[in-house]
Design a protein around this ligand. Sequence first.
Ligand code: NAD
Length: 313
Amino acid sequence: MEEKIKYKILVTGGAGFIGSNLVDKLIEIGHTVVVVDNLSTGNADFLSPLALFYQQDIRDYKVLDMIFESHKFDYVFHLAAQISVPDSVKNPNKDAEINIMGTLNLLELCLKYGVKKLIFSSTGGAIYGDNAPIPTSEEYCPHPMSPYAISKLASEHYIRFFSDQYSLNYSILRYSNVYGPKQTPKGEAGVVAIFTEKMLNNEETYIYGDGEQVRDFIHVYDVVEANILSLQKGDKEVINISTNSKTTINELFNIMKKETEYNKFPIYKPQRAGDINVSLLSNDKAKIVLGWYPKLKLQEGVKNTIDWYRTSI
Ligand code: NAD
């Protein structure tokens, strides 16, 4: 019988929502996992005790260098980031320090220590802008409309430069709106987590705009699977990870209302500046290049998320 190869893997941002789900899966399939996370938005309680955890900042090159030197990673999943769009508008400098300079630190160290591949979490939800053709494919030239989206796109360019110049291997995964267990309801994004908390506590829920904004909600387990497949596939590719299924915020509200037996109506507030009206990403490339497709339908994924909050929070 063929023996599965076990790798030494670094996950930056491994105490965060997507990162901690990825860490769980990597450990389940037998890899050795090291996490670097400064816990600025992550939660150490969500982190598997089987991962080796460094509470460190990706802006600290010297510390990262010591971690790379002592572990000799095969693969690096880079998820650590400043992820708030409004915070990036308020403080673009800090956003760039974390998202661009932090990524550059990792790129240099991946080269220095001969990492086989860097798998980067980017954003399809924010990067393409408001006038993109729907559904949006990777071919469309991004028009980032916030410092967060700019810093993610700049990171993608640096990754490509390191690949062209020094043959570093990579996959760039551009996610649509990710939801699922362990997402914090505290941020301004993550509408599924926010609705879940409000509905389970029977509090008022707010919808910004008329609720007819279209989103492409992808469950975190599907995002994790795309990352795992990228260990072996999708070399030097930029790939959307999405459902390519339209859901309006009003539709989401109604699905979640039923699931939680919530009996209030939403309160509508003015649309927030910078909110994109329609975000829908083509996933044809992911199907072809990774052999991946989204497995969880929204109804099922929402139920899984609500069940998780009911039992874990
Ligand atoms: P998250 O905030 O839960 O995770 C980010 C993690 O990075 C946190 O644990 C945080 O503590 C850590 N971190 C932040 N700054 C750091 C620093 N300077 N040094 C070390 N650690 C630091 O967010 P998430 O939703 O899990 O996002 C993970 C990645 O996926 C991010 O790169 C994000 O841009 C990307 N992404 C997320 C979505 C989504 O819908 N959630 C969509 C597109 C892309």
